[in-house]
Design a binder for this molecule. Structure first.
Ligand SMILES: N[C@@H](CCC(=O)N[C@@H](CS)C(=O)NCC(=O)O)C(=O)O
Length: 322
């Protein structure tokens, strides 16, 4: 027998109240209910450290599911920095809502402990990515937008430059739009506290994707494959972690589902092309993405049930589905 309507109304009201409280744990919102990403602790772009070329002097700490860490991991991989900067992958601990080291690192079990050594305030967020200096025993930078710029200046075997001087203005223009409307945009959709906050973020996200689609179409007619210049750049790097998670996570969980990516064929082909670059596929962990987002974001998905697909291979096929 169905419960009485009054009971359903009360239960819904109570649950909504609790939901609003739980959402506060995911991140702050402004007075209009729009998600506002909190600022990190070590956000300034540091100079290239004197020991940059010294093997093992620096450690890049990343998590598999995090799109902000993914962009740093991509630069590390594309520029073949493995010989100079050690990569350390932390594991999520969904019950405690924090990152753990697979084995103790610098005497720490959790990333939060390492942040405290580095002077981070107790109770502040301990986020990935973070670049750790073994010599100074501190985090040099934990803001991915700055970190990828630093990693691009790091001495590398092939000397690949993802931010060439001639393209710098175009690259930073795209990066700025992508950061707000796309990279953070998907979170602004998923973490919106009300319909109008979601509507605003969702419109900005798909307007940016439409603009990218037009831009990539124009670039193709000019014989170019990437967002700026003749080679992949930091603009492409920051777009990829968001787009590769779109059908798997952001469409079903954050409501970024107005148009599936195959309806934006230029973007679809761009994504397949980027995934095909040497060093990109080994930064992709679809099982970890699904498990972490669907398993950890309790207020958005209380059941914790992890969906089965889609299969990554079907998303990076260079021919969009009919
Ligand atoms: N501003 C940071 C954001 C990084 C960030 O939010 N990372 C998340 C994972 S996707 C994290 O580590 N969160 C842990 C926490 O908030 O305690 C950046 O872009 O580097």
């Amino acid at each position: 027998m169905a419960p009485p309507a009054s009971l359903v109304r009360t239960a819904r009201g109570l649950w909504h109240c609790q939901w609003r409280q739980l959402m506060g744990g995911l991140g702050p919102a402004d007075a209009k209910g729009r998600y506002r990403r909190p600022a990190g602790a070590f956000t300034a772009l540091p100079p290239l450290p004197p020991a940059a070329a010294e093997t093992g002097a620096h450690v890049l700490i990343v998590g598999r599911s995090c799109p902000w860490a993914h962009r740093a991991w991509l630069v590390h991989s594309l520029r073949q920095l493995g010989g100079a900067i050690e990569l350390l992958v932390v594991e999520p601990d969904p019950s405690a809502g924090r990152w753990r080291f697979p084995t103790p690192f610098e005497g720490c079990e959790t990333l939060a402990e390492l942040y405290r050594i580095s002077g981070g305030k107790a109770g502040s967020r301990a986020t990935v990515p973070a670049l750790w200096s073994r010599r100074d025993r501190r985090i040099l930078v934990n803001e991915s937008a700055r970190l990828i710029e630093l990693l691009n200046r790091w001495p590398s075997p092939g000397g690949l430059d993802l931010e060439p001087e001639a393209e710098r203005t175009a690259i930073s223009g795209w990066r700025e739009r992508l950061q707000g409307d796309v990279n953070d945009g998907v979170y602004r959709c998923g973490f919106a506290r009300n319909q109008s906050a979601y509507d605003e973020a969702e419109a900005a996200l798909f307007a940016a994707l439409d603009a990218l689609e037009v831009h990539l179409g124009q670039r193709r007619h000019q014989g170019a494959s990437w967002l700026c210049g003749s080679d992949p750049s930091l603009a492409d790097v920051v777009l990829f972690p968001t787009l590769i998670r779109l059908e798997m996570v952001y469409a079903p969980l954050f409501g970024c589902s107005r148009r599936p990516l195959w309806q934006l064929p230029e973007l679809w082909r761009w994504r397949a092309r980027f995934h095909g670059l040497e060093g990109v596929a080994n930064t992709c962990f679809p099982e970890a993405w699904r498990a972490d987002y669907f398993g950890s974001l309790f207020p958005l998905h209380p059941s914790g049930i992890v969906p089965a697909g889609p299969d990554l291979a079907t998303l990076v096929n260079s021919i969009p589905p009919p």
